[in-house]
Design a protein around this ligand. Structure first.
Ligand code: GLN
Length: 513
């Protein structure tokens, strides 16, 4: 927690306008440091996420955990949801005590340690502990690396800043794209523990480059924002209490004082997260002393929040429902002769969505600009509605694929999953960046950080639901799948249609000043 008292002049941030000797794709050199730490972190996260449910549901004889699919789905949901939820304490800790730069370092170290714990075959307690440590580390690292990106562009024009974030987003998806080929293939072909080890090593590589190139960040993210000594003291006490509670919880679980039932915990957690969201919005709307216009803006954010939570609940099933569909119901004989099982790895399908993001993000950016020039660019709520419609469409495709499997008795061609991921990615590109930028624009300035946190909460809720749905579908028979996929298609299509229908009044509320 020690912070250097001063920063050497040689590492001071280069002013935006000064001619820079070296740059990263025309941006401050510090963006490269952040691009790569985020790339390796996402490599680590998506690498292990790709086979997490496969590992949990594989028989013990096949060096898996032998959990039933419903329990595995719940654990998956709790872990991925927890990783996003930990962004809130992660951001708080950096603001109050650590500063973003050190928070990233601590986060990375926790991710390495967590993956190491998962790589050691020593029972469920160590496994759950490892997942918890990774979730904490992810909350510390991902939030704060993103915050530092923003700090590189203080005073810069909006378009330059947006371009910086787009490059950063490419780093995220580059890591997510590459990881399944390495960590996933290792896990499936050599052993799951090797996959976790690979995820840990990836994070270590990221940390090494971060340490080596930290000078490029100048003083961005070096010091915590909170100033007064009393405030810091209070924060330290809170941190101590939090860590002690976590320690107690872990010690109790390890000693067998209480047992964890992931399914019940996940179901309770759904309520807890929903209550947090409702309580938060109620407090802001009722007690926030908002002007009429501000109240309307917050109401629009509530609408975006609900839409986003629905979207992520479908989209995040990539790691559960669709992953299990790839394992059990998809014809994986293509390139099969290169593998001992005669089938290509299941985890490869996890690379499809990030690949589409890499290919399509520039196309979408161009489409919006081109439409904007003709004054035809759809409004925020319209884009969100389109995103949900595409999600609904993707589950219609899954319904057809499942029907085909049921009707023919043969496995589905890989093209079904590819097309499903394509629609989900185009949906993501309509919804995710647009939701994020609209929240940051609409949020009353004094609530900006908290409302951003609530956006992350929507992903957290979505992940939890995705885990539970995946566990449910995965544990049923393939005959039940068409109806289940149809249900999800309806949710996407109906919520998308509602958004499109109310887009006009929503736009008026957004514009009211
Ligand atoms: N793929 C992106 C990331 O990992 C976004 C995921 C999400 O927002 N649910 O950062």
């Amino acid at each position: 927690m020690n912070r250097p008292a001063s920063i050497s002049p040689s590492s001071a941030a280069l002013p935006e306008t000064a001619p820079q000797a070296r740059s990263f794709l025309g941006h401050p050199l510090g963006l490269s440091t952040l691009f790569f730490i985020e790339m390796w972190e996402r490599f680590s996260y998506y690498g292990m996420r790709a086979f997490l449910i496969l590992f949990m549901t594989a028989a013990v004889a096949k060096r898996g955990l032998g959990l039933d699919t419903q329990t595995a789905g719940a654990v998956y949901g709790l872990f991925t949801s927890g990783a996003y939820l930990c962004s809130l304490p992660g951001g708080w800790l950096a603001d109050r005590l650590l500063g973003q730069r050190h928070a990233v370092l601590w986060g990375g170290a926790l991710i390495c340690i967590g993956n190491l714990m998962l790589a050691i075959p020593a029972g469920l307690a160590l496994f759950y502990g490892g997942l918890a440590v990774i979730a904490l580390g992810t909350g510390l690292l991902k939030t704060n690396s993103t915050v530092i990106v923003g700090q590189l562009y203080q005073g810069a024009s909006d378009s330059r800043r947006d371009a910086g974030f787009s490059i950063f987003y490419l780093g995220i998806n580059l890591g997510a794209f590459l990881a399944p080929f390495v960590a996933g293939t290792l896990a499936e072909e050599v052993g799951y523990r090797w996959g976790f080890a690979a995820a840990g090593c990836a994070m270590l590589l990221g940390l090494a480059q971060y340490r080596l190139t930290k000078g490029w960040l100048g003083d961005a993210g070096l010091l915590p924002a909170a100033s007064s000594a009393a405030e810091r003291r209070r924060s330290r006490v809170l941190l101590f209490v939090g860590v002690a509670l976590l320690g107690l919880l872990a010690a109790g679980a390890a000693a067998g004082w209480w047992s964890i039932d992931p399914r019940r915990l996940a179901q309770k957690m759904e309520w807890v997260l929903a209550l947090i969201a409702v309580g938060f919005f109620a407090a802001v709307l009722l007690l926030g002393r908002l002007t009429v216009a501000e109240r309307r803006h917050v109401a629009v954010i509530v609408l975006f929040f609900v839409s986003a939570a629905i979207f992520w609940a479908g989209y995040e099933q990539a790691g559960t429902t669709l992953n299990l569909f790839a394992r059990d119901q998809t014809d994986r004989s293509l390139f099969g002769r290169f593998f001992a099982t005669g089938l290509h790895p299941v985890t490869w399908y996890q690379s499809i969505a990030p690949l589409f993001v890499l290919l399509l993000a520039p196309v979408f950016a161009w489409i919006w600009v081109a439409l904007g020039r003709r004054k035809l660019e759809p409004s925020g709520p319209t884009k969100l509605g389109l995103g949900l419609l595409q999600l609904g469409g993707s589950f219609l495709l899954m319904m057809l694929a499942a029907q085909l499997v049921v009707g023919s008795g043969h496995k589905a061609a890989p093209g079904w999953l590819v097309a499903t991921y394509f629609l989900q990615t185009t949906g993501e590109l309509c919804l995710s960046p647009i939701g994020l930028s609209n929240v940051s624009k609409l949020a009353p300035a004094r609530l900006a950080g908290q409302l951003m946190g609530v956006w992350l909460l929507s992903i957290s809720i979505g992940d939890l639901v995705a885990g539970l749905i995946g566990g449910e579908i995965g544990s049923g028979s393939v005959a039940a799948m068409p109806a289940q996929f149809l249900q999800m298609a309806w949710v996407g299509l109906i919520s998308g249609a509602v958004l499109l229908a109310i887009a006009r009044p929503v736009r008026r509320w957004m514009a009211s000043a």
